[in-house]
Design a binder for this molecule. Structure first.
Ligand code: URP
Ligand code: ZN
Ligand code: ZN
Length: 459
């Protein structure tokens, strides 16, 4: 059904203006002041904000963690996403050792197809680089996968500097971009051993085994290799001031470095690791939570437009039964936390409402920059004629509290339990279809795979 959305304030990465939006089928066909109705269904959104659909640049749904899979699969994760106003996720398809990229991509398509309530695309995580993998990059581009991840930590995934150099060069030639998990894995392994030798086996030892130096030294190595390869690079889930300082130095020297951070590094501190008993396992993720000065540094960086994207790194594990794998050994606690449902509300509340960032900066980091960097703009990430009608009608007056009991994420806790949120996604349109109304999902599984093109330079 064609729609006329009237009376709202349209927020883009540049400005906010009172404009009406006409939607025909899946696309926006007209934007202007006081548009007349031509018989479409009229939706009055007076007093509300309208954002281009939010894009979460970083999720792990249905990921194999050895003894079990993540708590959220595509069905639950994407439903939680759309309820919060996220109309698209970029999930990490992961190549296991011995697998081709094509096999990994097929695996992820199988997980997602027919299950997704929001749109989705895949970054490809490369763990097994060889002549065949290199050949396959062209096939990935043709299949609409133009971004990759490599890991500098985790024994089953990490690549060394020489391989990193080759991958950076090859992906650049394809017009793609690589996101890198920056922690020095050798150092992490040694520090884990050190903590265990000291008899420190509780989750409190997790941040001690992954201090900010571990991130900074990896960022430094990566950026040295990227400079040599003359390739742009995206640092994912950046958590620390020390890491950020290395980025800024490289940028000052003319290097192209994109940065993603996550809500958890903006909203929580390492005091969570002081919680009683095993409770702090709920906050075991990598990199770990940091200190006040790191949190302040990241907010300031966003305010200064130095952060490009905010993804959740949603990688949910139940506290009971899954996090408990590491009850007597912190290094066996599966790493990761949930967040895909709450990212927009958290950052609107603690970013925009606390005057740390503007509405336009929120729009840039949560929607427009991801769409540009990951090859989807202006179909996604824009409120413009010919763009897909993936829209979020945001109610700025809504007040709520985050609880595990009420969340749609299929996991038995939330790290944001009890946090007050201001504003919510009142209505969400997915290519012109109303999928959320009054904050509730009314149409499930309307999402589809988004084939992406070359990455756009946003810096
Ligand atoms: O702890 C985390 N972040 N788990 C997810 C995997 C990753 O490193 O992104
Ligand atoms: Zn990572
Ligand atoms: Zn991740």
């Amino acid at each position: 059904m064609d729609l006329l959305i009237k009376g709202g304030t349209v927020v883009t990465a540049e400005k906010s203006s009172k404009l009406d939006i006409r939607i025909k089928g899946e696309s926006i066909v007209e934007i202007g002041e006081d548009l007349p109705s031509f018989g479409e269904k009229v939706i009055d959104v007076s007093g509300k904000l309208i954002f281009p659909g939010f894009i979460d640049t970083h999720t792990h749904f249905d990921l194999d963690a050895g003894d079990f899979f993540t708590a959220d699969n595509f069905a639950s994760g994407s439903k939680a996403a759309i309820a919060g106003g996220t109309t698209m996720v970029l999930d990490f398809a992961t190549q296991n050792k011995g697998e081709t990229l094509k096999e990994a991509l097929q695996n992820w398509h199988k997980k997602a197809e027919g299950n997704a309530s929001c749109h989705y695309g895949f970054h490809m995580s490369i763990s097994d680089w060889n002549a065949n993998t290199k050949q396959e990059l062209g096939e990935m581009t043709a299949a609409g996968v133009t971004s990759y991840k490599i890991y500098m930590a985790y024994d089953n995934l990490k690549v060394n500097a020489g391989i990193m150099y080759e991958i950076l060069k090859a992906v650049k030639e394809e017009g793609g971009i690589i996101g890198v998990h920056c922690e020095n894995g050798d150092l992490v392994n040694t520090l884990i051993r050190e903590q265990k030798t000291l008899g420190n086996l509780s989750p409190k030892a997790h941040p001690l085994s992954r201090p900010d130096e571990v991130e900074a030294v990896a960022v430094h190595e990566l950026l040295t290799v990227a400079r040599l390869a003359k390739a742009p690079v995206n640092i994912v889930h950046l958590s620390s001031k020390k890491g950020y300082q290395v980025v800024e130095e490289a940028r000052a020297g003319g290097q192209k470095v994109y940065v993603e951070t996550c809500p958890q590094y903006l909203l929580m501190e390492d005091s969570k690791y002081e919680l009683e008993g095993f409770e702090s396992a709920k906050y075991v993720l990598s990199p770990p939570l940091r200190k006040k000065e790191d949190v302040e540094c990241l907010w300031q960086a966003w305010k200064d437009n130095k952060i490009d994207t905010i993804g959740t790194d949603h990688c949910s594990f139940h506290f009971k039964g899954q996090k408990e794998r590491g009850l007597y050994d912190f290094s066996r606690i599966p790493n990761g936390i949930p967040g895909v449902e709450h990212r927009p509300a958290l950052l609107y509340t603690y970013g925009v409402m606390e005057n740390r960032i503007t509405l336009e900066q929120l729009c840039a980091a949560l929607s427009t920059n991801p769409a540009k960097l990951f090859g989807m703009y202006p179909k996604k990430g824009a409120v413009a004629v010919r763009s897909d009608a993936d829209l979020v009608v945001w109610d700025p007056e809504y007040r709520g509290v985050i609880t595990a009991k009420e969340q749609l994420q299929m996991v038995d806790y939330t790290p944001y339990e009890g946090l007050v949120v201001k504003g919510r996604a009142e209505q969400v349109l997915l290519q012109g279809k109303m999928v959320v109304d009054q904050g509730k999902v009314i149409l499930e599984k309307a999402g589809s795979f988004v084939k992406r093109g070359p990455c756009q330079d946003i810096r």
